[in-house]
Design a protein around this ligand. Structure first.
Ligand code: ACO
Length: 325
């Protein structure tokens, strides 16, 4: 039997605390930081984001998304033989959020590890899971993107703190006789470390360096549109498909202008773009599976359609996955 992988269920979870731009602007004004709903909407398309309460971790959000994906796939957690969590905000330095999430799911024994590729994390994790299924190492995988980016935001820096949110999305990826995942294309270029990073680290019992997010927004913007187009075209070429075959483009939800720019470069009508950045903000590795699940549950995406998932983020990392849903 040929070994391919297919998504059999999707799920997502947002922490209940929804913070609109107006709420955030009011909170920031109290600290002497000036912003407005109008500035945030015009430059980013973001209208609201969700923030997790103190003590709520990425694995807490991820396990809820995972349960919903399992339910949608109609399988029990005990059938899962691989868990990959894409996150840059894990619960602790180690063990991985994936191990903690596995225990919260009430299962044991299956392989579990985290992938750290920042906002490209979900396309990296999905590609790794697809490869492990194709090579016979796994048959039923949970691939999760989960983040609590609010923990690493500098709320005195208006150029970054208005952009991000918390949340989790998950898919069940199962062995199938037909694809499923058609092709992937992953890249990184470490020379761009400084344009998007959290430079701090823990050493000798102390936090060394700054543990909050730093970003050169314009440098990120310029790189993002170009690499997203390249990754999409390379993935289509590997699969022997054309851009016109894409039913839905589901890019990392960072900024509506980057997303629309990518769609235009691929000559895709903007109504083929799945957009949740307006309601979720940028949830890093969680943004693609969150957007996927929202579009599946709203009935936008149906079985048999062709989806292009695309991520770009710190590292610099970028990549794409083309799949038949
Ligand atoms: N509210 C009000 N004014 C602001 C704010 C704010 N929140 N932030 C910046 N400004 C001001 C600046 O101070 C500047 O004022 P000045 O002209 O008086 O100096 C003005 O707005 C313009 O600032 P720019 O930085 O030039 O604004 P730009 O149009 O580049 O938009 C943005 C900034 C939204 C960050 C944009 O560069 C961007 O989206 N970049 C990509 C970021 C991104 O997508 N990151 C994530 C990708 S990877 C990942 O997800 C981890």
């Amino acid at each position: 039997m040929a070994r391919f992988s297919s998504i059999t269920g999707t799920g997502s979870y947002l922490p209940p605390r929804r913070v609109t731009n107006a709420d955030l602007a009011e909170e920031l004004a109290a600290k002497g930081v000036e912003t407005s709903d109008q500035w945030i909407v015009e430059r980013t398309g973001i209208r609201a984001r969700h923030f997790a309460d103190d003590g709520v971790t990425s694995s807490d959000l991820g396990v809820e998304a995972a349960r919903r994906a399992l339910e949608a796939a109609g399988i029990a957690a005990s059938e899962i033989d691989l868990i990959i969590v894409a996150t840059s905000t894990p619960d602790m330095i180690f063990p991985s959020a994936a191990c903690i999430l596995q225990h919260k799911l009430g299962i044991a024994g299956c392989a579990a590890f985290d992938v750290q590729a920042v906002c490209s994390g979900f396309v990296y994790a999905l590609t790794v899971a697809d490869s492990l299924i194709k090579t016979g190492t796994a048959n039923k995988a949970l691939v999760i993107g989960a983040e609590v980016f609010s923990r690493i935001l500098d709320f005195s820096d208006r150029t970054t703190c208005v952009l991000f949110g918390d949340g989790a999305g998950a898919v069940v990826l199962e062995l199938s006789e037909t694809p499923g995942i058609l092709a992937s294309d992953l890249h990184a270029d470490g020379k761009h470390v400084g344009i998007l990073c959290v430079p701090g680290t823990v050493s000798g019992g102390k936090v060394l360096g700054d543990p909050l997010l730093k970003m050169d927004g314009q440098a990120v913007f310029k790189l993002a549109v170009g690499v997203l187009e390249q990754a999409a075209r390379a993935t289509l070429a590997k699969a022997g498909r054309e851009a016109a075959d894409i039913d839905w483009l589901i890019p990392h939800q960072a900024n509506i202008r980057i997303m629309q720019g990518t769609a235009r470069k691929l000559k895709l009508p903007l109504d083929k773009l799945v957009v949740t950045v307006d309601q979720h903000g940028n949830t890093s590795a969680a943004s693609i599976p969150l957007a996927l699940d929202a579009a599946v549950r709203s009935g936008k995406i149906s079985r048999g359609q062709t989806l292009m998932l695309e991520g770009v983020g710190g590292g610099f990392t970028w990549g794409a996955v083309l799949l038949d849903f």
